[in-house]
Design a protein around this ligand. Structure first.
Ligand code: SF4
Length: 417
């Protein structure tokens, strides 16, 4: 085998694991998915019906582009319904528990091409995702993840700090800590308590990382300790992604979420008092079973009041094995679609409002993309800034300069586009 193509769907944890597979296959040539290859790997997600449909499309593309190629499926989907993949033309399956053995098994099967033992060291990214935790035992009624990812399992602090140190050494200026249930980091380690704040303190004190960001955290796990740390450390991104899911207390209870809309908004207010510029992004589900027009309006009102800077809107899709799949009051596809569209439009307005608040103000940007004089990158608050010419170096840059990227202070101006 000489060439392979890999496609990863779904969350940041899956992306991290996809990158690890890629790096371990560094002895093979990576080609874009859809081109002829000897090996195709689809790293799947089963959180929504759309994600499954995309995986099916990728398998079909692989079959067309590489007749006779080995097609391998991994991620959350294989854990669910392995048997029917054979009929789709998939040759090998690796659920999440056996994902780490995927490359080893392929080598046994003669694919060749083992890469770096520490794949992260080859990253070329400005922003690297770093998985520190796996698993969830929360069982939100719509979510199938606990069925495939198992109980919370955390990496020891020393391991994480060592990986951050290595990434900083090769010039990565920003690291995003990811986990399936990040706020549970540490509960399975000695002491049995949440150690996320301890982990962040260890990274900040023992490495020279320029910017540390969290991928997603549940509202109840945004502790006073975390807020204090964020308020006192310029190296932590002024951004949190806190899943709201619904603004209706009735629906939140039915989802088995452990907060009310009022409690969520109190948290938002507390965060804005301590960190006035913070960017707050969220996930929301449109058309959960039993969601009335009033419930939907409560969600829209909560979103407006929270003034999120970005919304990820999902149409509810019943996942096999979850409690909500059997709930009465399933919403029609047309209503789900209309509500999702309305929320996306609201999200676009709020995102523009949030970004407009930075016009005329200096921001620190880590450049992620550079092409023909065009550059773009993210601010600490997770606002994407695009600019054309090389930015003027600040006399007093907020962060150190990275190897492949620059941290510069730009004055944001209103976009014409
Ligand atoms: S907290 Fe809820 S939504 Fe998140 S992974 Fe766990 S069960 Fe799924």
């Amino acid at each position: 085998m000489k060439t392979y193509a890999l496609a990863t769907l779904g969350c940041k944890v899956n992306q991290y694991e996809g990158d690890q597979i890629k790096a371990q296959l560094a002895g093979l040539t990576n080609v874009p998915f859809g081109q002829a290859a000897d090996l195709y790997i689809v790293n799947t997600c089963s959180v929504t019906a759309e994600a499954e449909a995309k995986a099916r499309q990728l398998i079909n593309r692989a079959r067309r582009a590489g007749p006779g190629a080995l097609i391998v499926l991994t991620g959350c989907w294989p854990g669910e319904q392995t048997k029917r993949f054979k009929s789709l033309g998939v040759d090998m399956f690796f659920d999440n528990a056996s994902k780490a053995d995927l490359v080893k098994s392929l080598l046994v099967n003669g694919s060749g091409g083992r890469g770096d033992a520490n794949p992260r060291l080859k990253t070329s990214r400005t922003r690297a995702f770093l998985k520190v935790q796996d698993g969830c035992d929360r069982f939100c009624s719509y979510c199938s993840i606990p069925l495939f990812r198992g109980k919370p399992a955390s990496r020891p602090i020393g391991d994480v700090v060592a990986e951050v140190t290595a990434l900083v050494k090769v010039g990565v200026p920003e690291i995003v800590l990811t986990g399936i249930h990040l706020g549970k980091y540490g509960v399975d380690l000695a002491g049995g308590r949440n150690l996320l704040v301890d982990l962040m303190k260890a990274i900040l004190s023992r490495t020279t990382l320029a910017r540390l960001r969290l991928s997603s955290i549940e509202p109840r796990e945004v502790t006073d300790g975390l807020i204090d740390l964020m308020a006192g450390e310029a190296g932590i991104a002024r951004h949190l992604h806190i899943p709201l899911q619904s603004g209706s207390d009735k629906i939140l209870s039915s989802m088995n979420r452990d907060y009310t809309a009022g409690e969520f908004l109190s948290l938002v207010n507390k965060l804005r008092r301590r960190l006035p510029d913070i960017g707050l992004t969220t996930d929301v589900i449109a058309g959960f079973p039993g969601e009335s027009d009033d419930d939907f309006l409560s969600t829209a009102a909560t979103i407006k009041e929270a003034a999120f800077s970005r919304l990820h809107v999902f149409k509810y899709s019943a996942r096999p094995g979850t409690a909500a799949a059997t709930f009465p009051g399933q919403i029609s596809p047309a209503v789900k679609k209309a509500r999702a569209v309305a929320l996306k439009e609201l999200g676009a307005v709020l995102a523009a409002d949030f970004a407009a608040g930075f016009v005329g103000r200096p921001v620190s940007v880590l450049v992620e993309r550079q092409s023909r004089g065009q550059r773009s990158g993210l601010t600490s608050q997770y606002v994407r800034v695009k600019f054309e010419q090389a930015p003027k170096k600040s006399d007093n840059p907020i962060h150190a300069v990275g190897i492949k990227t620059e941290t510069d202070v730009l004055i944001v101006r209103k976009s014409n586009g």
